[in-house]
Design a binder for this molecule. Structure first.
Ligand code: NIG
Ligand code: FE
Length: 410
């Protein structure tokens, strides 16, 4: 299949480039008046309309060909940090928040993550799958083609494994790529002491590794310490689980440093960082990942993305879609927040939401850019759209079609 008459093809990256850092964040390959070919679910090639091979010029000839009519084609978004397997809603806490309670105050009163754990405990696995799939479908229709999903609302062995099985079932049911993260250490489960729960998480590791790709710890004020994190990540490493860490959301936690020490694929949140975190990340394999949806919803600082980029680092952006701190998986809105509030350029935000977020889930060799051989995970916009207009007129519908693995999902 060929998509012809593309106004601009953006997000072209040479083969073998797995992430962008520093000044590279400001670059993306783009081609005007272009075509792109999809074969067996992969990108087979692209070029200028003027250079279409003989017999392919002019109006669409194959019934499967698509006339983009000047629309833009870009890589589908990648969401490297979500908690979309959850039960019910926390709209009561939303009212508490409006009335002035902070995220920490809601958590201390037994709300927050523990509230979601209670709801999940009472929900059957089939129902949990059904509710979670609604979110996945919404995300795919909004242009997301790769999704990391965390456990962490189980907080006991049976319910954590229930979550991980639901994530596996989602992976088997959708054309989006899905990665699974064991976040047993999201909060101390009911009925456990802090120390007893850290040990329980370590003991869950051999079963979790059967279902999960990564291990995560909420290393932050009032949740898990650097020492807890170090122990849990050591147990994860013994099972070959690479870390992705929650760090520096509520305080400068030391989570970045312990994550880098363990070769984390990403350290996420980073609403509160100092130069020490930037220094720790320099030269590492770890992708700093910022979640402006949480900053927006909780009213906490935005990550210092520009300082990170000026220091030569890459950054990824993700939704953090969850019922407590970021109840949205709309990555176009995340792009708008990144541009409007963090002052990233649209190109920097695109790189952060595609190639770099794919890197943050170990997928940048298969998706996240326009590169021959990669999966055809693509968005086709309505005519007249440019990359800059996505975060600018940030609520006007722009997606005409979404292709995941070459398959039309919208
Ligand atoms: O990434 N910070 C920890 N975990 C989630 C929030 C989870 C919740 O409140 O349910 C986050 O923001
Ligand atoms: Fe999170």
């Amino acid at each position: 299949m060929i998509i012809k008459n593309i106004g601009e093809l953006v997000g072209i990256v040479p083969e073998g480039v797995l992430r962008k850092q520093g000044a590279e964040m400001a670059e993306t390959g783009a081609l005007k008046d272009a075509w792109i070919a999809i074969e067996d679910g992969r990108i087979a090639g692209f070029g200028k309309m003027a250079d279409l091979p003989d017999g392919e010029v002019g109006e669409p000839v194959e019934p499967t060909d698509i006339d983009a009519a000047g629309g833009m084609v870009m890589p589908a978004f990648c969401d490297s940090h979500t908690h979309i397997v959850y039960a019910g809603s926390r709209d009561g806490e939303f009212l508490d928040k409006i009335n002035g309670l902070s995220y920490e105050e809601i958590a201390v009163r037994g709300g927050g993550i523990l509230n979601s754990a209670d709801l999940l405990h009472e929900t059957t696995e089939d129902e949990l799958f059904r509710q979670s799939m609604e979110r996945v479908r919404e995300m795919m229709a909004k242009g997301t083609g790769a999704i990391e999903i965390k456990s962490g609302y189980g907080l006991n062995p049976a319910d954590e494994l229930k979550m991980l099985r639901v994530i596996r079932r989602i992976r088997e049911s959708v054309p989006a790529l899905v990665k699974s993260t064991f976040l047993g250490a999201h909060a101390v489960g009911r009925g456990y002491t802090h120390e007893g729960y850290v040990q329980a998480v370590i003991d869950m590791m051999p079963q979790a590794v059967e279902l999960a790709d990564f291990v995560d710890v909420f290393c932050d004020d009032g949740f898990f310490s650097v020492d807890d994190t170090d122990r849990i990540l050591t147990a994860g490493a013994a099972c070959d689980l690479r870390p992705k860490i929650h760090a520096n959301e509520l305080a400068v936690s030391g989570g970045v440093q312990v994550g880098v020490k363990h070769g984390a694929l990403s350290v996420d949140h980073l609403e509160r960082t100092t130069e020490a975190e930037i220094d720790a990340l320099r030269g590492s394999v770890t992708m700093p990942t910022m979640l402006p949806g949480s900053s927006f919803f909780l009213g906490i600082p935005y990550g210092r993305a520009k300082a990170f980029i000026d220091a030569g680092l890459g950054i990824a952006l993700a939704s953090d879609y969850n019922p407590g701190s970021s109840p949205s998986g709309d990555l176009r809105f995340i792009m708008a927040l990144a541009c409007i509030r963090m002052r990233l350029t649209p190109v920097q935000a695109l790189n952060a939401l595609t190639l770099n977020s794919a890197y943050a889930m170990g997928l940048s060799d298969v998706t996240g850019s326009i590169t021959p051989g990669k999966r055809a995970d693509l968005l086709l916009t309505h005519p007249g759209w440019t990359l800059t207009k996505l975060p600018y007129t940030y609520q006007t519908p722009f997606i005409r079609q979404v292709f995941l693995g070459g398959q039309v999902v919208k």
